[in-house]
Write a protein that binds this ligand. Structure first.
Ligand code: BGC
Ligand code: CA
Length: 293
């Protein structure tokens, strides 16, 4: 794939709304789930019928991942929690960073061992007090890395042996070795330059390549398994927040975006900011893991 000049051919807008901070897309049984973190909402869209459902949540939900026992494990502003189905109440596991009231959770994903990896960030986006946590199936959490202003996008290589994670402010993608005991051997996978935005949510495809959403970057960049930039899928909105493969064959890339912080002039230039998109990118994704707790 070269720069997708013909983006209109592969890209479709599925849900039009200026959501503040749509994030965390999850495909499950024909439905696309996502959160609007700043809009205090959980959404789902049945892809075959376009039926859309939305619920208000009392605390920001920042990510949603499948749980083996049914329902979902979520990250909230302050910690981890569970919801047993789309409309069930949120059950919280407690406050993770009580001494950091300006911090909140951000992206999260389940590793092949059934643990949930989730990062926190300074919601004011100024202080490097964000950390990367692992929640085990026994519901214990532990910090594995720290010093981030904004964490983003944990995801895993298809063989389950590497974890990728972003320092969004410094535009760095890190890679770690991953095993059942955790992560080690942190190194830079890619440093994004001036022609890229801030690395946000990401996913891997079946070829082991990384699809990195670019906040303030108008698209999604694909990197090969060694960190070499390959191509960029252009979007008609600046703040591209996260993506996931879905569909029967995991053949479609579903994409969330954000309208938060845009001026009226910027919004006029990108009226679809905050909408949900789908792209036929010509490669398949991998089956995501489920939380074993
Ligand atoms: C966060 C936003 C932040 C953006 C860019 C997102 O994941 O939720 O609050 O502005 O990343 O760094
Ligand atoms: Ca994110």
């Amino acid at each position: 794939m070269t720069e997708v000049a013909a983006a209109a051919d592969v890209l479709q807008c599925l849900f039009v709304d200026n959501q503040l901070l749509a994030e965390g897309p999850l495909y499950q049984h024909g439905w696309l789930y996502w959160v609007d973190i700043k809009g205090l909402a959980l959404h789902r869209l049945q892809l075959a019928t376009a039926e859309h459902q939305q619920r208000h949540v009392p605390e920001q939900i920042t990510s949603i991942s499948p749980r083996q026992s049914g329902g979902f494990v979520v990250t909230t502003r302050t910690g981890f929690g569970f919801i047993d189905d789309f409309s069930a109440p949120l059950r919280s596991l407690g406050v993770v960073e009580p001494a950091l009231p300006d911090n909140r959770f951000n992206d999260a994903k389940v590793d092949p061992f059934g643990n949930l990896w989730a990062g926190t960030m300074d919601d004011l986006e100024k202080t490097p007090c964000g950390s990367l946590y692992r929640l085990t199936p026994e519901h214990q959490w532990q910090v594995f890395d720290t010093g981030y202003i904004v964490t983003n996008g944990p995801t895993f290589a298809p063989d389950g042996r590497r974890l990728f994670h972003n320092d969004s402010v410094h535009k760095q993608i890190f890679v770690f070795d991953l095993d059942a005991s955790g992560i080690s051997n942190k190194r830079v996978f890619a440093q994004l330059g001036v022609d890229h935005g801030h690395p946000d949510g990401m996913t891997v495809d079946a070829q082991g390549c990384l699809w990195v959403c670019e906040y303030a970057g108008w698209g999604i960049s694909r990197f090969d398994p060694d960190g070499k930039f390959m191509a960029k899928l252009a979007l008609p909105v600046a703040n591209v927040t996260s993506c996931t493969f879905g569909g029967d064959q995991r053949e479609t890339l579903y994409i969330t975006t954000a309208a938060k912080g845009l001026t009226a002039a910027e919004l006029a230039e990108q009226p679809l900011a905050g909408s949900i998109f789908a792209a036929a990118v010509g490669v398949q994704g991998i089956q995501g893991a489920v939380f074993l707790g």
